[in-house]
Design a protein around this ligand. Structure first.
Ligand code: NAP
Length: 241
């Protein structure tokens, strides 16, 4: 594999941290840029540069200016941002649970932030080197797979993310033919995001972040570069949009 730089956005994510460790251990990886709203305590590993960003357009633009010297050399990008619950947000079970503020907050984190990054990253990713961008979606974002209902804002924001990825892929195919966009479903993974919902998950279906990161990096390494968006799960199986 040729040498490369990795960019991990939403670097406080448990899965993101596992991927960063794997990039740090990869001798072909020249450096990792880890972007987060929070400036994590840097590890001893000098390969990783931590960049604070609150995901406003101006803040994203500032990060992209810092990355400009490695333009065309970042060939692995993970956009991990996602919000399911917090102190004020619980996934909606019924129509009476719908609120504008929850819909807005969840769409902002799950659809708008990743799309702002896809927009700003285009000039940094254009070039000759095969480049994969994995955006963390979820199976519940599949419109054709929705048998259960519920989780209105999370589901719809991931479905919107999927459409934004599909639409971006059409334009990236013209303007950055070297880039493959992947909507990635990690499976239920043991992280703070899934914690409140793990009781009903069988032990062998609850993945470690390290396992999921290994699966994702292998998928990115081997995926065909066909200028179409892919919607894949942790096992490299296609999910219907
Ligand atoms: N864990 C699962 O079972 C599971 C299943 C399906 C899909 N996913 C998806 O996988 C991705 C990674 O999740 P995880 O399980 O690793 O979760 P996690 O450890 O809770 O990480 C949360 C991630 O979301 C970002 N984030 C949270 N609130 C945000 C906000 N208001 N605005 C912008 N970014 C925000 C964080 O970015 P900062 O670094 O900036 O804080 C971080 O990247 C998410 O997109 C999630 O939807 C997870």
């Amino acid at each position: 594999m040729p040498s490369f730089y990795a960019l991990v956005i939403g670097a406080s994510s448990t899965i993101a941290k596992a991927a960063i460790h794997q990039f740090e251990d990869d001798s072909n990886c020249l450096g990792v840029f880890a972007v987060s709203r929070y400036f994590p305590v840097p590890t001893q590993n000098t390969k990783t540069t931590y960049l604070a960003c609150n995901n406003t357009e101006s803040s994203i633009s500032e990060v992209c200016q810092i990355l400009a010297p490695v333009s065309g050399k970042i060939t692995k990008v993970l956009i991990c941002n996602g919000l399911l619950h917090d102190d004020n947000i619980t996934p909606e079970k019924r129509l009476e649970d719908i609120s504008a503020s929850q819909l807005e907050a969840v769409f902002h984190a799950n659809s708008i932030v990743p799309m702002l990054w896809l927009s700003h990253l285009l000039p940094l990713l254009q070039g000759k080197n095969n480049t994969q961008v994995a955006l963390f979606s979820a199976r519940v974002g599949s419109i054709s797979d929705n048998k259960m209902g519920g989780w209105y804002s999370y589901r719809a924001s991931k479905a919107a993310l999927n459409m934004l990825i599909q639409t971006s892929a059409v334009e990236y195919a013209r303007r950055a033919k070297n880039v493959k966009l992947i909507a990635f479903h990690p499976g239920t993974t043991d992280t703070p995001l899934s914690k409140p919902f793990q009781q009903s998950v069988p032990k062998d279906k609850l993945f470690s972040a390290a396992f999921v990161a290994t699966q994702l990096l292998s998928i990115m390494e081997n995926i065909p570069m066909d200028n179409e968006a892919a919607y894949l799960d942790w096992n490299n199986q296609t999910i219907e949009w």
